[in-house]
Design a protein around this ligand. Structure first.
Ligand code: C2E
Ligand code: MG
Ligand code: MG
Length: 609
């Protein structure tokens, strides 16, 4: 700073006698200078860019932030410069408005001082976004402030994208799909939504089709290979499905493992069926996951809608496709099913049954029956398996094969399982040492707190832990987490036995047998039923018995219906048997009578003659 200039840091000049006027002027100048300096300091410290033009469009004032925001060196800007020159400087620095040179020239000519307050947002060539506020000043000029809102706009765009897309696959999500379907239905009816930018459909008798695509073994992959493999599978399925679609079709991920497809301008139902078949075929090619080839496959539910249907709401179409998917899933996996109105009745029944089951559970409408378990060598009852029963007031006895999956789907299985366990343990206390087997569903094993629940029920009922055996299926082991092993080990540590139920029907991985603390293997009844007629099955049962024995487990055969089967099991050295030949599931009272009869005949046998 030159010495001839007054400085803020310098003390004011001393008063000289007779020099009052010069002194006053200097003091005034100093005050003015101080004010200007303070103003500049203040202007340079605000986070907004700021500039002021006079009525002749000449730059009167600007701050450092303004220059920074337009990638200008503050030295490039001079007070008195014309507005168009400033704009040209910005354009040359790459921070002009995002337009072609031609467009820029036209715009430059048109720019004028605003005579009213305006707020605009401008996208710059360098990708930044500026929010600009113009306000006229009294003399005919204007003051403009500039905010860089780039990050804020990016974050908003990201949030908007996230709200409408699935993160994993990048596909539209359910909300987005519903909007697309709503627009498609409007176009089908010959209407158009104002926010819809697609062209109207050409003349014709068009159909719209909604397909719901669901991988068949997603849960297994997720549980066995882990979530990373599950994610890779979903991405793989999305790619395969996308390859089967035309450019204007919409693919979305509408649930954890559910995809939806919207086909517009479909000429015939056969065309939609053809797309569904291609999707099934594409998805059935093995996926390479975690270094393994996995065959997964998908099921597809399809529903159609024509202009005459005059559908205005996307929701019913989605639920129709869902019902068709449900039907496809109950058939052979890897099939596509079209919606049929009869499916509505089936859905209605399922919902009704779910409601009834909930009520039965709450109001004591369920029962537990007991099926005898017999020691093969002595043919004496050594215990029983507790089996849930649901006598429905209208539909009669509902089989567990129907209501157990229903309870699982409705999230009732843990409550139901706990009730069975408590009821059965209460009953078994009076059995005088016989063992009680109770089924645990995979969800019960997975849910934290099962060990505490079993402990509590044993304590409350007084049943010794050594009299209780918990039956689990391989479904519980698919999710090979350390938690499952810990749960089973803790249950074993209570003194409770653990049986592997339905052995041979699932993955039958021998490594499970080594890793988990099983005390018993239950050979599934499908093997027992056919072993007399089929030598290969006979050999399998024999091998399972030998395997169980060599791992120090007891082996029980389920579903023994004939003496021939029983004899075979005797020669195989199987430990126990369960089946209609030896006793059907019956109420607790009846089971007790059977046991009492057995005791009486035992007593008669030892009574001296
Ligand atoms: P499971 O645990 O394998 O039970 C044996 C099933 O075989 C029972 O069917 C039983 O009635 C049937 N069974 C026994 N002997 C014979 C026979 O000689 N021939 C034939 N054909 N079948 C026989 P149920 O009671 O219908 O139960 C079916 C399945 O439902 C059970 O299979 C079990 O997985 C499940 N379940 C039943 N009660 C419960 C429960 O309280 N909790 C859980 N999680 N599952 C249960
Ligand atoms: Mg069982
Ligand atoms: Mg079984």
């Amino acid at each position: 700073m030159s010495t001839s200039q007054p400085s803020l840091d310098r003390p004011p000049p001393r008063a000289v006698p007779g020099g009052r006027t010069a002194e006053a002027r200097e003091a005034n100048l100093l005050t003015l200078f101080r004010e200007l300096k303070l103003r500049d300091l203040a202007l340079d410290r605000i986070r907004q860019g700021l500039c002021v033009y006079d009525a002749e469009q000449r730059l009167m004032l600007f701050n450092r932030r303004y220059a920074e925001m337009y990638d200008l060196d503050p030295g490039q800007l001079r007070l008195g410069m014309g507005l168009r020159d400033v704009v040209d400087l910005r354009y040359a620095a790459g921070s002009g408005p995002d337009m072609s040179d031609e467009e820029y020239k036209g715009w430059r000519e048109r720019i004028n001082l605003a005579n009213r307050v305006t707020d605009t947002e401008v996208m710059l060539r360098n990708g930044r976004v500026h929010a600009i506020h113009h306000e006229p000043t009294l003399g005919g000029g204007y003051v403009a402030t500039f905010d860089d809102v780039t990050e804020r706009r990016h974050a908003e765009a990201h949030i908007r994208h996230m709200a409408l897309h699935d993160e994993l696959t990048g596909l539209p999500n359910r909300a987005n799909f519903t909007v697309a379907l709503d627009h498609a239905l409007a176009r089908l009816r010959g209407e158009s939504r104002p926010e819809d930018h697609r062209p109207a459909l050409p003349d014709g008798n068009w159909l719209a089709a909604v397909l719901i695509v669901d991988p068949d073994h997603f849960k297994d992959v997720n549980d066995t290979l882990g979530h990373a493999a599950g994610d890779a599978l979903l991405q793989g399925v999305a790619e395969r499905v996308a390859q089967c679609l035309r450019p204007g079709d919409t693919l979305a991920r509408i649930g954890s493992d559910e995809f939806a497809v919207l086909l517009e301008q479909v000429a015939t139902a056969e065309q939609a069926a053809d797309t569904a078949r291609r999707i099934v075929a594409a998805a059935s090619v093995p996926y390479e996951l975690d270094g393994q080839d996995m065959v997964v496959g998908v099921s597809v539910g399809v529903t159609l809608c024509s202009r005459e249907d005059n559908i205005t709401d996307p929701a019913p179409l989605l639920s129709q496709a869902d019902m068709a998917l449900y039907e496809a899933k109950t058939k052979k996996r890897g099939t596509a099913c079209f919606f049929h109105p009869a499916m509505r009745a089936a859905l209605h029944r399922r919902k009704e049954m779910e409601r009834d089951l909930r009520r039965a559970l709450a109001e004591g409408g369920l029962q537990v029956h007991f099926q005898p378990i017999t020691a093969i060598d002595s043919r004496r009852i050594v215990g029983a398996e507790a089996l849930a029963r649901w006598p429905h007031p209208v539909h009669g006895m509902v089989p567990p094969s129907e209501f157990i999956p229903l309870a699982e789907r409705a999230g009732l299985i843990c409550e139901l399982g706990a009730w069975v366990l408590r009821t059965a343990c209460t009953e078994a206390v009076g059995w005088d040492g016989l063992s009680l087997a109770v089924n645990l569903s995979p969800e019960q094993v997975r849910r934290p707190g099962i060990v505490e629940q079993v402990t509590g029920i044993l304590r409350d009922t007084g049943l010794p832990p050594s009299n209780l055996e918990l039956e689990i299926t391989e479904g519980s082991l698919l999710n090979e987490t350390p938690q499952t092993l810990l749960t089973l080990t803790r249950l074993r540590a209570l003194g409770v036995s653990i049986a592997l139920d339905d052995f041979g029907t699932g993955f039958s991985s021998l490594s499970y047998l080594r890793r988990y603390p099983f005390t018993k293997l239950k050979v599934d009844r499908s093997f027992v039923g056919s072993m007399a007629a089929d030598t290969a099955t006979h050999a399998i049962v024999q091998a399972v018995v030998t395997l169980g024995r060599s791992l120090s487990m007891r082996v029980i055969a389920e579903g023994v219906e004939t003496e021939a089967q029983y004899r075979m099991l005797t020669t195989m050295d199987c430990d126990e048997a369960q089946g209609y030949l030896l006793g059907r599931p019956c109420p607790g009272q009846e089971f007790k009578r059977l046991v009492a009869l057995q005791r009486e005949s035992d007593a008669a046998a030892v009574r001296p003659v």
